[in-house]
Design a protein around this ligand. Sequence first.
Ligand SMILES: *[C@@H]1O[C@H](CO)[C@@H](O)[C@H](O)[C@H]1NC(C)=O
Ligand SMILES: *[C@@H]1O[C@H](CO)[C@@H](O)[C@H](O)[C@H]1NC(C)=O
Ligand SMILES: *[C@@H]1O[C@H](CO)[C@@H](O)[C@H](O)[C@H]1NC(C)=O
Ligand SMILES: *[C@@H]1O[C@H](CO)[C@@H](O)[C@H](O)[C@H]1NC(C)=O
Ligand SMILES: *[C@@H]1O[C@H](CO)[C@@H](O)[C@H](O)[C@H]1NC(C)=O
Ligand SMILES: *[C@@H]1O[C@H](CO)[C@@H](O)[C@H](O)[C@H]1NC(C)=O
Ligand SMILES: *[C@@H]1O[C@H](CO)[C@@H](O)[C@H](O)[C@H]1NC(C)=O
Ligand SMILES: *[C@@H]1O[C@H](CO)[C@@H](O)[C@H](O)[C@H]1NC(C)=O
Ligand SMILES: *[C@@H]1O[C@H](CO)[C@@H](O)[C@H](O)[C@H]1NC(C)=O
Ligand SMILES: *[C@@H]1O[C@H](CO)[C@@H](O)[C@H](O)[C@H]1NC(C)=O
Length: 530
Amino acid sequence: MVSSYLYLLGLSQFLTSALSAKTETGVCTADTFASLGLPSINVLSVDAKLNRVSWDIDDTLNTYPVVTNKTVDVCQLTVNYTHPGWNDNVTTWISLPVKNWNGRFMGMGGGGWVMGTQGALSQAVFGGYAAASTNGGHDESATVKSWGLSSEGNVNWANMQDFSSVSLDDAASLGKAATKMFYGKAHKYAYWNGCSTGGRQGLMMAQRYPTQYDGILAVSPAINWDKFIPAEFWPQMLMNALEYYPSACELNAFTEHATDACDELDGVKDRIISMPGLCKFNASTLIGKTAKCSSNSTITITAKAAKYVSLVWAGPEDPSGSSLWYGLSHDAPLTRLAGTNCTLPSQNCKPVPFQISADWQQIFLSRNSSLDVATINYTEYIRHFRQSVNEYNSIIGTRDPDLTDFKQSGGKMITWHGMKDQLIFFNGTENYYQQAMDLDSDLQDYYRFFAAPGAEHCKSGIGFYPGNSLDSLVSWVENGTAPDTLRAIATPTGTSSAKLPLRTADLCAYPKTLTYVGGDASKASSFTCK
Ligand SMILES: *[C@@H]1O[C@H](CO)[C@@H](O)[C@H](O)[C@H]1NC(C)=O
Ligand SMILES: *[C@@H]1O[C@H](CO)[C@@H](O)[C@H](O)[C@H]1NC(C)=O
Ligand SMILES: *[C@@H]1O[C@H](CO)[C@@H](O)[C@H](O)[C@H]1NC(C)=O
Ligand SMILES: *[C@@H]1O[C@H](CO)[C@@H](O)[C@H](O)[C@H]1NC(C)=O
Ligand SMILES: *[C@@H]1O[C@H](CO)[C@@H](O)[C@H](O)[C@H]1NC(C)=O
Ligand SMILES: *[C@@H]1O[C@H](CO)[C@@H](O)[C@H](O)[C@H]1NC(C)=O
Ligand SMILES: *[C@@H]1O[C@H](CO)[C@@H](O)[C@H](O)[C@H]1NC(C)=O
Ligand SMILES: *[C@@H]1O[C@H](CO)[C@@H](O)[C@H](O)[C@H]1NC(C)=O
Ligand SMILES: *[C@@H]1O[C@H](CO)[C@@H](O)[C@H](O)[C@H]1NC(C)=O
Ligand SMILES: *[C@@H]1O[C@H](CO)[C@@H](O)[C@H](O)[C@H]1NC(C)=O
C-alpha cells in the first residue's frame, strides 16, 4: 500500500505533504481505491473527489459542537454496489479528512426511514474521524412505497434487509478498508454514533456484527421496531374507533395537568417528571374542567377526551386487556403520535398520523399502497400487531438481549434515552436493558444505560441532555474509564412556569436513578445516584 500511494503521489508531492501534515495520505482518486470491495458485493462504481466540507449542521447529535474551523478538506467517496442476486442498489459514503486524521473511524447513523447521509459525515470529520454512512439501499428522497414494495402486495425483502442490518455491516467494512487505503495504515479504534434509527443501528451492530465497533453510542434507539412502530399508531386507531379527534389544545391540557400533578414527586418543581413510577395521575379527574386555548377561547374537557388520553397513556392492549407495548410518559407531548390538523376542537379536526407509523401499516403490513390507514379498526390493528412481530422481529426487531459476542470482542456501549421522548417509548429501552442485565449480571462492564429526565426525542426538550457522551465512550474504550455518570445540561427555555437557569446534572447508570438531595436544583451536586 505504502509504495503504491508514494508512486501515485509522486516524490516531491509526498515530501510536501509529509511536512505539512502529521499523516501522509494517498491521492484522492478512484485509482487509490481500485481494490475496494467485499466478497458479498459487486461494486458498481467508486467515485472519489476532494471536497471542502463546511460546518452547515445546525443541530448536531450526541456531541456538543466544538468547531474551531468552519471548513475541513476531505476525500469524499461514493461507493455504489449490489448484493449479487438481490437486485438491490446500495450506496456507502466515506469521508476521509486530508489533514489531522485522529486515527479513528466512525460509522454515522440515520433517522426515521433514512439510514444515513453523506451530510451526516460532516460532524465526524470535523472531529478528525474517518467516517462512513450508508443509504441502506434507498435514497433519502425515495417514497417508502418505491423501495418498500417490489410490487403491490409484495415486500421488497432485499431492501428491507439492507435497511435493517446488512448495509450497516458493509459500510463498516468498506469504510475501514478505504481508510487504510488512503492513510496507508489501519484505524486504531472504531466507533458508532447514532440516535433514533441511528440508535437502533448501533444496537444492531452490537447484536449482529459485534466485532465491527470498539465503541457504540446508541441513543434513543428505535429498537423493538416490530412492536413500537405499531404502538405509535395506537393513538390514531383509537381516534377512529372512538370517533374522537382531539385538538392540540385538549391534548396539551392533559399533559400540563399531569405534569403539575407529578412534577414535584422528585422534589424539584421544574416541569420534569423524573419518577414516573410514582405518578398516579388519572385523566378522568379533568372531566368538566376548563382549559384555556388562547386569549379568547376556552374548552371544557369531556369524558370522551379523558377516556382517549388514558388509553393513549396506557399503550396498546389486546382484547383480553394484556399490554402489547408501553404508552408515553405523562409529561411527553401527545401531539405527535396523537396528531390532528387542528389546535381547537371547533376546527373539524382530522387525524394526522406520525408518518413512519402510517407507512408501516400501509406498506409493510397491508402491502397496499392505496389503503387509507384511517380505515384500520381495532380488530385489524391487533391482527397487524401480531403480523408485525411474526414477520419482522428477526429482521428489524433489534431486541436480542444476548450480547455475549460483543462482550467477548471487548466492545463498550452507551445508551441514553430521554424520559419525555414523544416518539420512542422510553420504557422499551429500559425493558431491553433490563433483559440484557437479567441475562448477564456483568452487563455494566461493557454496556451502560442512562435515563435523561425531561429530554425529548434525541435531544429536544427542557430536560437533561448528555451531549458529550461520545467523549465518555472514547475514554471508556481507550483508557478503560467506565462512566458512572454522564454530565448533562438542561436548558429550560420557553417554560414560563419553570424559572430555572441553565442546569447541570450527572445522569445515573441504570438501575440507579437521579435523586435530588437538596440545595440549588440547577447544580449537579444537589443530586445523587440512588
Ligand atoms: C481552516 O480552513 C482553511 C480554509 O478555509 C484552511 O486553509 C486552514 O488550513 C484550516 N485550518 C485548520 C487548522 O485546519
Ligand atoms: C450512485 O448511486 C447514487 C444513488 O445513491 C446515484 O445518485 C449516483 O449517480 C450513483 N453513482 C454512479 C457513479 O453511478
Ligand atoms: C437497481 O438498479 C438496477 C439497474 O438500474 C435496476 O434494474 C434495479 O431494479 C434496481 N433495484 C432496485 C431494488 O431498485
Ligand atoms: C417506565 O419507566 C419508569 C422509569 O424507570 C418507571 O418508573 C415506570 O414504572 C415504567 N413504566 C412501565 C409501564 O413499566
Ligand atoms: C381513573 O378513575 C376512573 C374513575 O374513578 C376509573 O374508572 C379508572 O379506572 C381510573 N383509571 C386509571 C388508569 O386508574
Ligand atoms: C380569537 O382571536 C383570534 C386571534 O386574535 C382571532 O383570529 C379569532 O377570530 C378570535 N375568535 C373569536 C371567537 O373571537
Ligand atoms: C382539518 O382537515 C379537515 C379535512 O380536510 C378540514 O375540513 C379542516 O378545516 C382542517 N382543519 C384545520 C384547522 O386545518
Ligand atoms: C387496497 O386498498 C384500497 C383502498 O382501501 C382497496 O380499495 C383495495 O381493494 C385494496 N387492495 C387490496 C389488494 O386489498
Ligand atoms: C375491521 O376491518 C376488517 C378489515 O377491513 C373487516 O374485515 C372487519 O369487518 C372490520 N370489523 C369491524 C368490527 O368493523
Ligand atoms: C486517556 O488518559 C490520558 C492520561 O490521563 C489522557 O491524557 C488522555 O486524554 C485520555 N484519553 C482519552 C481518549 O480520554
